[in-house]
Design a protein around this ligand. Structure first.
Ligand code: NIG
Ligand code: FE
Length: 432
């Protein structure tokens, strides 16, 4: 019998997308693997084997056993689009929106994102870390084990670097793995209000050349130190009144020349042609897609770019129009789900709530929603070979749910069904 670190026994239902080198697209999104009376063998933080309870009990001698007691186990959820690092809140803006003001009107009047920029500029790194930690803890408690985090509330070289520093500190302190994205092009800051192109110059000529090469020394699991780039992706809020298509092209082209991978906020409020630009530049993902038309949807479906949809955003804004994710899947595209966690449109840390919204308002099946929140979400941040599935070689990130059927993650909502969360084979959330 082979000695291993951990054996998870009595799994009533193990539900996972299959391991895949690319995001699952079209009909493949629904083909999740379901195993009853299953077990999971874990060694050195990775999945060693997935199999029947009896086979694995005979094959391994574990140091530690976790009896899942008949529960459903899935991969840890992956949130591929968040604006999780900020200071302050915008409750007053929420009330104004309820009374009829629109999100874009508030931004145009210097509020919205810019209100959070003002609060975030005032805060120092440690204050931002302290405000963000409870949010990350809530994400983890709802089953998220890996997340992308964007900057974008600094909008000066120093303040954007402060946010990257905060993300690095949080990544080191918190069990979740964080993937950093530079979103200097989140809004035109007040000091550039009348000369947005000069702000684009600043991003292209000063911020990107510096921040794309920023590195941190990180201590690995085994205690060894290694160097890691502070930024993985570059993103732009491409929207009327924010950054137009030409400005977006300049920023993303520069980012690509510095070796960054690309993401894009597109068609959140108005169609802008950003999907075609993202595909042309080989972006890893295009996000939002609320107003994307049929022609660009078909082009996206035929590309390798993942469509990230964020149903919490229209919901948070009280809108009743959602991204055409069903259509994108039917056209053969790859869809991922994310929260968009931010203080303006949607302050929500819960991926299961996104899955519940996606089934109802986007008509994804529960199986498609699981793929969208795990493997496809991992591919949307370049990690799909490492996380997002429970298969040999994948990181042992998993959730034990307080149900024996994965469909309850979408069928039931507004309560937390997480029982336990494991990250790299270690228990990080116990008994909600
Ligand atoms: O994705 N649209 C731009 N960014 C966020 C909102 C950020 C904010 O309002 O603070 C979004 O919805
Ligand atoms: Fe966003």
């Amino acid at each position: 019998m082979e000695p291993i670190d951990l054996l998870v026994t009595h799994i009533g239902q193990l539900a996972t997308p299959p391991a895949a080198a690319t995001a699952l697209r079209g009909a493949a999104m629904a083909r999740i693997e379901l195993r009853n009376d299953a077990a999971l063998a874990v060694h050195k933080g990775r999945v060693l084997a997935v199999g029947s309870h009896s086979d694995l009990e005979d094959a391994y001698r574990p140091t530690q056993v976790l009896d899942a007691g008949g529960a459903c186990v899935t991969p840890g959820l992956v949130d591929p689009h968040t604006h999780a690092v900020w200071a302050g809140e915008r409750r007053g803006e929420f009330e104004r929106r309820i009374a009829g003001a629109t999100y874009m009107e508030i931004l145009a009047a210097g509020g919205g994102i810019l209100a959070t920029v003002a609060a975030t500029r005032r805060a120092d790194r440690d204050h931002i870390v302290a405000e963000t930690l409870p949010r990350l803890q809530t994400m983890l408690a709802h089953g998220t084990t890996t997340a992308e985090v964007k900057t974008g509330y600094g909008l000066t070289l120093e303040d954007e670097r402060k946010l990257l520093d905060a993300i690095a500190v949080l990544d080191a302190q918190h069990p979740m793995d964080l993937v950093p994205t530079f979103l200097g092009a989140h809004a035109v800051p007040p000091e550039f209000r009348d000369r947005p192109d000069a702000y684009v110059d600043l991003i292209v000529e000063e911020m990107l050349p510096e921040l794309a090469y920023l590195v941190y020394t990180v201590t690995g699991e085994d205690g060894s130190a290694y160097r890691q780039r502070a930024v993985h992706f570059c993103d732009v809020f491409c929207e009327r009144g924010v950054f137009d298509l030409e400005q977006t092209r300049r920023i993303l082209t520069a980012a690509k020349s510095h070796g960054l991978d690309l993401k894009l906020h597109v068609d959140e409020f108005e169609p802008m042609g950003g999907v075609s630009l993202a595909i042309e530049l080989g972006a890893t993902s295009v996000d939002h897609l609320v107003r994307t038309g049929e022609e660009e949807l078909a082009r996206l479906a035929a590309s390798n770019t993942v469509g990230v949809v964020l149903p919490g955003t229209p919901f948070g804004l009280g809108h009743n129009h959602f991204a055409p994710a069903r259509r994108l899947i039917d056209l053969g595209g790859a869809v991922a789900l994310a929260t968009d966690l931010n203080p303006g449109t949607t302050w929500c840390e819960s991926m299961p709530l996104m899955m519940a919204l996606a089934t109802r308002y986007m008509r994804l099946t529960p199986a498609e929603a699981l793929t969208a929140a795990t493997l496809n979400a991992a591919h949307a941040i370049g990690l799909g070979r490492f996380v997002g599935a429970l298969a040999p070689g994948y990181q042992a990130d998993f959730v034990v749910w307080d149900t024996d059927d994965y469909r309850d993650l979408t069928y039931r909502y507004g309560v937390n069904l997480v029982k336990k969360v494991y990250k790299r084979g270690r228990e990080v959330v116990t008994g909600n």
